[in-house]
Design a protein around this ligand. Structure first.
Ligand code: NAD
Length: 454
């Protein structure tokens, strides 16, 4: 499998892919290692994962360089990602004891009632490339803390990072027979579905998630799906500091080249503040530096996947054909690499793919609305349900609107944000199950209710 730098088109590495028999062997190895790992006291498992976070800190430049070389994100954003993973590991390890230890629920003197959280066994994690440290951490860290062994399949677009993760986990003390990496693309992912893991946890697109769920369902094991989004953001009429709101929301749309599951994907603005907002938003976007992701000050690097250029181009073309106006950008940058200019469109509506299908690139449509009711109706007019954001000076307005959005996360005066303390979960085509928070720590366990007399 060739690993290609999306900014320079250079071949970075040639890796040997796994096949059916090597995958089977890896599963057998993990099956042997899991009971031993589960018998290691929780405190020791916590210490190992904390050591992993320390190693990420010590080796942040190496991790960031490798990540940037294969996914094309600016070096500083790669550093931010590694630090973000460390923060999540800090929360998960600080709270593992509280949420994974046995819980005594009652004792009437005759019967003691206790919940124990047993590991699932050997779990399979098929992962995405856009934030490999973050979406990986969401799964393999709590899975390992809970006493599972893990087969981790990084995306074919972030395999070098997957191998870095393996190196540092093993250095931190995770035994070889407790964590294994599967190298390969779609076929290798599909082959994992033919094996019998005790749980499947997937991060990626809706189409692949649906395929995986259908294959896993007959196995009757847990399946967690963190899928795509078409995340809406509404700017209400009563906002005050439009300049800073425009800057913050543009960052929510364009950070990581728009390749975040929770990127702002469509914006609705009340007509009273529309002109000013668009003016400030445009100024901000025009200030973004596009270029080599290793260059200082670059904010927009290369898109990771060449194929995504076609998706973005097709969405812009469809929108323009249906009456949209491009205010800036609107085309691929000439020369080498998967560079697409940061693009802002207005005069958009829900007949356009741009406002309905995941873009996963540096494009955004801004639509004018007349009322909160119209904004709410448009925000919910989607197959997805990952996040929704509302900007307003009124807490009660925000609470009222967020209570009616059908999404796993709601933001008031912020966006494109994940917290380790809160459940990260989608609805509808954005998937189901939760990672992060106490819900995500327990997602890799089987609760057992013990009724104890004696
Ligand atoms: P993808 O679905 O193309 O691939 C994801 C993984 O699935 C890769 O490892 C790939 O090799 C594997 N795969 C592909 N086909 C397979 C098959 N038939 N059987 C088994 N495995 C298969 O997604 P992607 O392009 O890597 O990631 C982008 C998508 O992920 C976007 O839609 C994004 O919104 C979503 N995402 C969601 C979250 C979240 O937390 N909800 C986080 C990050 C990314």
């Amino acid at each position: 499998m060739k690993i290609i730098n999306p900014a320079t088109e250079q071949v970075l590495a040639n890796l040997k892919e796994d096949n059916n028999s090597s995958l089977k062997k890896k599963l057998e190895t993990l099956r042997k290692g899991q009971p031993k790992w589960s018998a290691v006291p929780l405190k020791k498992r916590i210490a190992v994962l904390q050591k992993f976070a320390e190693l990420l800190k010590e080796n942040i430049e190496e991790c960031a360089r490798v990540l940037t070389s294969e996914v094309g994100k600016p070096l500083q954003q790669s550093r931010n990602e590694v630090n973000g993973a460390r923060n999540r590991i800090a929360w998960l390890t600080a709270n593992a004891d509280k949420y994974l230890s046995d819980e005594v629920m009652g004792d009437d003197g005759n019967t003691k009632e206790v919940i124990t959280y047993e590991p699932l066994g050997v779990v399979c994690n098929i992962s995405a490339w856009n934030y490999p440290y973050l979406v990986g951490t969401n799964v393999f860290v709590p899975a390992l803390l809970a006493g599972n062994s893990v087969l981790y399949k990084p995306s074919e677009f972030s395999t070098l990072t997957g191998l870095e993760i393996e190196k540092f986990l093993k250095k931190a003390g995770v035994p070889d027979d407790v964590f294994q990496v599967a190298v390969g693309a779609r076929e290798v992912g599909a082959a994992l579905l033919d094996l019998n893991f005790d749980g499947y946890f997937f991060t990626g697109s809706y189409a692949t998630g649906k395929f995986i769920y259908e294959k896993v369902a007959p196995k009757m094991v847990p399946c967690g799906l963190e899928l795509g989004g078409k995340d809406p953001l509404y700017v209400a009429a009563d906002v005050k500091d439009i300049k800073s709101i425009a800057a913050g929301t543009a960052d929510g749309a364009f950070y990581n080249n728009g390749q975040s599951c929770c990127s702002v994907e469509r914006i609705y603005v009340h007509e009273k503040v529309y002109n000013k907002y668009v003016e400030e938003f445009l100024k901000e976007v025009k200030g973004y530096k596009v270029g080599e992701p290793t260059e200082d000050g670059v904010y927009i690097g290369a898109l990771t996947r060449e194929a995504q250029l076609r998706v973005v181009e097709a969405q812009v073309k469809d929108a323009v054909k249906k009456g949209a106006k491009v205010l800036t950008g609107g085309k691929k940058r000439s020369g080498k690499g998967n560079f697409y200019e940061p693009t802002v469109l207005v005069n958009v509506n829900h007949k356009m793919k741009l406002m309905r299908e995941e873009s996963f690139g540096p494009v955004i449509g801004i639509q004018k609305v007349k009322s909160d009711e119209e904004a709410l109706q448009l925000m919910n007019d989607t197959e997805y349900g990952l996040t929704a954001a509302v900007y307003t000076s009124s807490k009660s307005r925000a609470e009222k609107l967020l209570a009616q959005t059908n999404s796993g996360s709601g933001y008031w005066n912020c966006c494109d944000r994940v917290s380790a303390a809160l459940p990260w979960s989608g609805r509808k085509h954005s998937g189901f199950g939760s990672t992060l928070s106490h819900v995500g720590l327990r997602a890799f366990t089987k609760p057992k209710g013990l009724h104890l007399r004696g």
